[in-house]
Each structure stands twice: as C-alpha cells, then as structure tokens.
Ligand binder design. Sequence first.
Ligand SMILES: [Zn+2]
Length: 183
Amino acid sequence: MPNVGGPAAEKRKLLTTVVHSQLLYAAPIWKSALMYECHKKKLFSPQRKMALRVASAYSTVSNTAIMVVTGIIPIHLLAREKAEVEQMRRNGGDIEAKSNDAVCMYCDCPNDDAEHTFVVCDRWWRDRHNLEVELNMDITSEGMVKAMLQSKSKWDAVVGFITAVMKRKEADKRKIQAGAIPE
Ligand SMILES: [Zn+2]
C-alpha cells in the first residue's frame, strides 16, 4: 500500500474510525491498564500507522506532530472518553443529545458506530457480502484492518466499500431530514 497516490486524506481519515472502533471496543475494561506507559505505546502503534497513512507522512515524523496534522485524537484519550461516557450511561447521566444521533436509521440499533455500520447492520449486507467475496474472508473490523494493511488491492476494496456505504448513508440521512423515506 503506497503512501503517495492512494486514497484521499478524507477517505483515509474515515478508515481510522474503523481502527478506533476496534481498539476502543473493550475500552472501559482495559482503561485502567493505560496508567502504564508501555501499554499506551502498544495501543498507539496501529493508530500511528494509520495517522501516517492519513497524512502521507514519513515514518520519522514525531507522534505529536502527526496527530496534530491529521487531527486524530490519541487513542488513550479516546479510551478515557469512551469509558467516561459508559460510566455516565450506567449512572443514568444525561447524554440524550448524543444518543439521539447514535441510533441507526435503518434498524434502530442504539449504537450506530463504525462497527455497526460496516460489520453488523443488515442494510449493507449486500455490499458487505461482495467485499467478503472479494477479500475471501468474513468481515470483522479486525479482519478489515488486517486486510487493508496486506495489499494495495485489499486496501482499495475496503476503501471502496466504506466510501460507498458512507455516501449512501449520508444521502439517506439528508432524505430523512427532508421528510422522505429512504429506499
Ligand atoms: Zn443498522
């Protein structure tokens, strides 16, 4: 997968949401382990790899610089945020404003994140199935990230899937906002 001439930065950035959803999946559980520098580093390494792809930067760029340039929030901070939100939810805190946006408009799943859209939601089963045939594997967020880093053609296949889904999702969202029913 070349660093230059690949998918545009915006698309690359979108892909990091897949990596994040994978890394953050069990964040509330392992959050306390992040007190240790070595654990933070381990977690940060795939994120740095993605950030470098987003910015088409050289691997010698410092961690701080690359995160600022790409606008990606360091994973340990995302983990802390996610854990705090979960805690608030458990405590019955008011996060309604956030949760309204998080309901899937197709299947009413209350957690419409990257994992739900790309791996779970039935709305996209046909696209997902086509990608599974192309990559010759079952689609999981972990598997998608692995495949993306394996070859340019697999990277392109995953990007194509994500881009197509996000485009139609955005279009449907606009239709719903305009009072129409999506197909
Ligand atoms: Zn859904």
